[in-house]
Design a binder for this molecule. Structure first.
Ligand SMILES: [Zn+2]
Length: 239
């Protein structure tokens, strides 16, 4: 799970949302050296559902929010290695900025416009939905949550002319009704911010992920991939 690929500006709070271009290049290089197969989210969902026999050492790369820095700092690296990836865009804010947390973070981060989104869609990047305005789906009225989920899918499909198969819950916040709406909208799967690996039999509508952050140094990155560190982090804390 990535957000920004770039150098955080001095004033930015929650700097952990950034990964520097240099670290990102290392991480992509490492995945290849270590023999991981970087696959589409579709393959991960198929694996969770019991298909996809080659399900060992599979990795899928996801980028939340659709920041413009993806185009300059991540896309060329992904292209170099031939890695697929999924970018989850906030459909009502294309071409604008992170209105949902700009005040809190003290930084306006540019979001891709539709032209950029279409370009990526035509160049091997899967475009996923991340609602229209980035609300906490578990904390708003069920009808509003439904509109955010169905509406974002429809809007991206209209703009790209393709199917949108994957959804990402803003803040990883969801309830049963939101998951139900994601299923009813026709998505094949959805990602959460629950930490850990995806195992066979896991619910494809609440897929776990591994956060990569500004302070994910090479050794941390390697620990996240090769040990049960993330599984332990993902367990509910004992009281
Ligand atoms: Zn988000």
């Amino acid at each position: 799970m990535y957000h920004n690929i770039g150098i955080p500006p001095k004033e930015a709070k929650l700097r952990g949302l950034y990964v520097t271009p240099r670290m990102f290049r290392f991480q992509m290089w490492y995945l290849k050296q270590a023999g991981f197969q970087v696959v589409s989210l579709k393959e991960i969902v198929d694996f969770a559902k019991g298909g996809n026999a080659r399900g060992k050492n599979l990795i899928s790369l996801t980028f939340d929010d659709g920041y413009l820095d993806f185009c300059d700092n991540a896309f060329p690296v992904l292209k170099k290695y031939g890695y697929p990836a999924t970018v989850f865009v906030v459909s009502g804010l294309a071409g604008r900025h992170n209105l949902w947390d700009a005040d809190g973070l003290g930084v306006k981060k540019a979001l891709m416009d539709w032209e950029k989104i279409r370009f990526l869609d035509e160049n091997g990047i899967t475009i996923g939905a991340h609602t229209q305005t980035h609300p906490k789906l578990g904390s708003i009225a069920t009808d509003d949550a439904g509109r955010e989920i169905f509406g974002s899918k429809a809007q991206i499909e209209k703009q790209t002319g393709g199917r949108v198969d994957f959804f990402c819950y803003p803040y990883g916040d969801f309830n049963g009704a939101a998951v139900q709406a994601v299923k009813e909208a026709g998505f094949l799967g959805a990602v959460s911010v629950g930490r850990g690996f995806v195992f066979r039999g896991d619910d494809p509508f609440t897929l776990k992920r591994i956060p990569v952050r500004l302070n994910t140094w090479p050794l941390s990155f390697i620990c996240k991939l090769h040990s049960d560190y993330e599984i332990k982090k993902g367990r509910p804390r004992q009281a």
